[in-house]
Design a protein around this ligand. Structure first.
Ligand SMILES: Nc1nc2c(c(=O)[nH]1)N[C@H]1C(S)=C(S)[C@@H](COP(=O)(O)OP(=O)(O)OC[C@H]3O[C@@H](n4cnc5c(=O)[nH]c(N)nc54)[C@H](O)[C@@H]3O)O[C@H]1N2
Ligand SMILES: Nc1nc2c(c(=O)[nH]1)N[C@H]1C(S)=C(S)[C@@H](COP(=O)(O)OP(=O)(O)OC[C@H]3O[C@@H](n4cnc5c(=O)[nH]c(N)nc54)[C@H](O)[C@@H]3O)O[C@H]1N2
Ligand code: SF4
Ligand SMILES: [Mo]
Length: 860
């Protein structure tokens, strides 16, 4: 069996993977990002390669069509809109998961040939504030550091980042570095305690959006304690005095932290030369996100702690190619190769290089504005590629209606059923990870190859080719005539050469001599380059800028603000990770993690369902998870669940679309909500051999080893339970057995087909207490119906409980009993149960279980 060297398609760590067509997946020991490690999602990539649910042929108006018909339909719709309403009436919405080659041709088509800049990307929801902050401070969008800086640092500050779950291999690298050098310090700044906080020597539960004030306070402290590097500032930085003056004015009560906490953090930061500040969505996804970024950058610029080994600000990218998209100018306000739309010379150079008939002259619509333009009729033709905005945009119901309102919508996806694809006139089947070739750039500017190791399924084509096919049908075939992605990459490298005279950071000259087929992972401009250590920046005067960042004075928050983000084992809208039973076992339902005091005030009990209503009126219904780690006033919900898997689990119906004024990035993280108990008349749990559709008031579907399961509830109990199961499962045949306990109002129904159990329902007026794993394990077996309906695990098979270690399938009950029998360290638990010994993503949860058990013993 030959293993193909490729790159993980999930997060921006950009781990190297060795993969084979039989589903073998291993970490690549030769890839500098992971050196052989993988996290739970990477390790489970083999579970996502089957063709179930894939879009395998084009669809036009809901019916299968051939490629020519589909491509011509897209080209005609775009041409007609441009002819009748001008180039600004069409839009592309692409993705940080597009490969560099896909991104490059999409951008070339829109900006150079259609001649408008209405191409934006989901990176607007993700990295836009970091991009804007970098440009304000450095004069270009550069991430100065490398992953090794994290290992060399003496202090790592993680701001608004749940690295343990979202960049797990980087997190593991920090864990290993801290083990080797226990004097290393880690500070975690996040309103809630997360798995990442477990590594931190200091967790600062900052008030939501208190970060600008916090870092202003740090800058004022640096100034007051003579910690500013006056030489560096004098030679290389403008704006220091203004920034410090603003910082001194800051009301630190906005941080929500007490003086002792602030003092501890400030003196640690001031006193440690080698400090890296890592930041992510708790910083970017805010209406003051760009100021948050600059408040952080200010502190690094003022101390000259930037671009040297072990020090610097580090904005970690979320998606596998968020960085590559920025390089090729994927955002509506950028041109290719870090050049600027607003700059006439830059535009002329790019147009000359492309030999294009036109070039956009002003920035296009940013994501939120773009969908508003869909809603109000300005956009006549829209093409969505590799992203699922009907789920992932804030105020998602409005966005779904806006997409519906566009006269022509094309969607390129790998899956047949997605919330956005369901709104399309034309569906274009793309090849997915493992089936296509191209490059991605990770958080440390390292370009790696994704390589195919599977054939293209059905009629699916790579995204770059679909885009070029449409461009050809629009009459621009010559400029989009590439035999394969290596030719696109070569053109992109040549453009970088043509743009070199503009003195920007992006320099790909090293790739001119590199063979695409055998390309090894490599950083631009050179391996181990750290920008800015020598004080050279990219504003016209060659200096950096500190920005005065005013912190809002403390507004007393009234009511609950919904925080949101990611789970360890799911990727975004779950179209891929949702296929894996192991990954789905970690957290199988959308939930609301809420502080006990808030829960009480809202009348919520454990395992209840909560109705979460945002300012725009949309409701999400989520399982209540009462937890002291959620700060008071700010419950947390995961972003992942969709209309395919839930009836009301899309959290973005409750978020709002107010944006950062500089970057246009929406402030997902803080949405005012009302929370009340969902008044369910019945709750149920259904295990099935057949796929399920969410149809009851509350329904959350997850993949299991034997098929599917669903948590169910509704406001009125069904009259006919059998009919309900048949509707949800689509199973029309088979014999039905049922049990009713009229006293306790419990109902249990089983369907057997050819002697095997194919569906099992447990329902009652209270949340169903039952071993889910046991019920699920009965599906497909010849189990005795009465025993199956009893819902109890047999003596010989103790219920392992909710899965904590996804790699080795180890449940919480197994772990608790191992802890009780003396495995009181993470290492000992690993020896006894294997948990945590593969990817390590669950180690902080293991530590949490041990701590909880020890606390319980201490209390007894
Ligand atoms: N498992 C998994 N990993 C992923 C992804 C995934 O879907 N699943 N997606 C990838 C992508 S695209 C991205 S962008 C990254 C995101 O990676 P992260 O940014 O680490 O993830 P989030 O969970 O969105 O948010 C991080 C934290 O911000 C905190 N926060 C909220 N408000 C504030 C605030 O005002 N201040 C501060 N300091 N913190 C705040 C939240 O409590 C949360 O813990 O993850 C990438 N990795
Ligand atoms: N509430 C809340 N919402 C958020 C966030 C948050 O923190 N909170 N975070 C935001 C952020 S940072 C991000 S990055 C976005 C992510 O949100 P999205 O980008 O909308 O989420 P994905 O599920 O990654 O969507 C990718 C889509 O592309 C498809 N796909 C996969 N591979 C391919 C391929 O090779 N070609 C094509 N054409 N399609 C493919 C998948 O099936 C899927 O439908 O969500 C944003 N939304
Ligand atoms: S950390 Fe995990 S999800 Fe991210 S690139 Fe590596 S294996 Fe993939
Ligand atoms: Mo993201």
């Amino acid at each position: 069996m030959t293993l193909t060297r490729t790159t993980c398609p999930y997060c921006g760590v950009g781990c190297g993977v060795l993969a084979a067509a039989d589903g073998t997946i291993k970490g690549d020991p030769a890839h500098p990002a992971n050196l052989g490690r993988l996290c739970s999602k990477g390790a489970a990539l083999g579970d996502t390669l089957d063709l179930e649910g894939r879009l395998l042929a084009p669809r036009v108006d809901g019916k299968p069509a051939d490629w020519d018909t589909a491509i011509n339909r897209v080209a005609d719709a775009f041409r007609a809109a441009i002819r009748d309403h001008g180039p600004d009436s069409v839009a592309l919405y692409v993705s940080g998961q597009s490969l560099t080659e896909d991104y490059y041709v999409a951008n070339k088509l829109m900006k150079g040939f259609i001649g408008a800049a209405n191409i934006d990307t989901n990176s607007r929801l993700c990295m836009a504030s970091s991009v804007a902050g970098h440009k304000r401070a450095f004069g270009t969008d550069t991430v100065p550091g490398t992953y090794e800086d994290l290992e060399e640092a003496d202090l790592i500050v993680l701001v608004g980042s749940n690295l343990a779950w979202c960049h797990p291999v980087l997190y593991q690298r920090i864990v290993a570095a801290k083990q080797a050098r226990p004097e290393m310090r880690v500070v975690n700044i996040d309103p809630r305690r997360t798995a990442t906080s477990d590594l931190a020597d200091l967790h600062l539960g900052v008030a939501p959006d208190g970060d600008v004030a916090l870092f202003n306070g740090l800058l004022a402290h640096l100034a007051a304690t003579d910690a500013i590097d006056l030489g560096f500032v004098q030679d290389h930085v403008n704006g220091c005095l203004d920034a410090v003056t603003e910082a001194r004015r800051t009301d630190l009560s906005v941080t929500g932290l007490d003086t002792q906490q602030l003092e501890e953090f400030y003196s640690l930061w001031a006193g440690t030369e080698k400090v890296v500040t890592v930041y992510s969505q708790g910083v970017n996804q805010s209406s003051i996100g760009t100021d948050k970024v600059n408040a952080i950058l200010n502190c690094h610029l003022a101390t000259g702690r930037i671009g040297k080994p072990g020090m610097g600000p580090f904005s970690v990218t979320g998606q596998p190619n968020a960085m590559g998209g920025r390089e090729v100018g994927g955002l509506a306000n950028m041109l290719a190769n870090h050049l600027d739309i607003e700059n006439e010379d830059h535009r002329a150079a790019v147009q000359a290089f492309w030999q294009s008939p036109t070039i956009c002259t002003r920035p296009g619509l940013k994501a939120v504005d773009l969908f508003d333009a869909c809603a109000d009729g300005r956009i006549k033709a829209l093409w969505v590629i590799s992203t699922n905005p009907a789920v992932s945009m804030p105020n998602a119901d409005h966005v779904a209606r806006a997409i519906e309102n566009v006269p022509f919508v094309a969607v390129s996806d790998i899956m047949a059923g997605t919330d956005t694809g369901d709104l399309a006139d034309v569906m274009l089947p793309a090849t997915g990870w493992g089936e296509k070739d191209g490059t991605v750039t990770n958080s440390e500017r390292r370009i790696s190859r994704q390589r195919a190791f599977l054939p293209a399924p059905g009629q699916a084509r790579p995204d770059w080719r679909i885009i070029c096919d449409v461009a050809s049908a629009m009459g621009w075939g010559e400029a989009f005539n590439y035999a394969d992605p290596s030719e696109i990459f070569a053109e992109y490298v040549a453009l970088s050469k043509a743009a070199k005279g503009f003195g920007k950071d992006l320099d790909l000259s090293a790739w001119a001599a590199i063979d695409y087929a055998t390309m090894a992972p490599r950083q631009w401009p050179q391996d181990d380059t750290r920008f800015f250590g020598d004080g050279a920046f990219f504003h016209p005067d060659g200096r950096a800028r500190m920005i005065a960042t005013p912190a809002a004075t403390a507004a007393v928050p009234t009511g609950l603000m919904l925080n949101n983000g990611r789970n360890r084992d799911q990727w975004h809208t779950m179209t891929r990770t949702g296929k894996s039973a192991r990954l789905s076992a970690h957290l199988a339902e959308p939930y609301l993690e809420i502080n006990p005091a808030d829960a009480e005030a809202c009348g919520l009990r454990p395992a209840d369902l909560a109705r979460v209503r945002g300012a725009s009126g949309g409701d999400a219904i989520l399982r209540v998870w009462i937890s002291a780690t959620a700060p008071k006033g700010a419950p947390f919900a995961p972003m992942h669940w969709t209309g395919q898997l839930t009836s009301a689990g899309r959290v973005n119906v409750a978020t709002r679309a107010d944006v950062d004024p500089v970057s246009g990035q929406p402030s997902f993280k803080h949405a005012p909500v009302r929370v009340e108990r969902y008044d369910a008349a019945w709750y149920g749990f259904l295990a099935s051999a057949e796929p399920l559709t969410p149809q009851t008031g509350y329904a959350a579907i997850a993949k299991t080893p034997t098929g599917w399961q669903a948590e169910l509830a509704g406001e009125t109990a069904p009259d006919d339970w059998e009919a309900m199961i048949r509707q949800l499962t689509g199973i029309a045949d088979g014999e039905v057995a049922s049990m009713h306990d009229p006293r306790r109002h419990l109902t249990r129904v089983a369907i057997r087909r050819e002697g095997r159990l194919v569906a099992l329902l447990f329902a009652g007026p209270e949340p169903v207490a039952l071993s889910r794993r046991h019920a699920v394990s009965q599906i497909g077996t010849e189990a005795e119906v009465l025993l199956a309906l009893s819902g109890r695990a047999g003596q010989s098979q103790p219920d392992p409980g909710a899965i904590v270690c996804a790699c080795h399938d180890v449940g919480v009950n197994t772990l608790r009993s191992a802890i009780a029998s003396g495995a009181t360290t993470v290492a000992a638990l690993g020896e006894q149960t294997c948990a945590g010994t593969n990817c390590g993503s669950c180690r902080s949860e293991l530590a949490g279980l041990i701590a909880a058990a020890q606390m319980k013993v201490a209390a007894e």
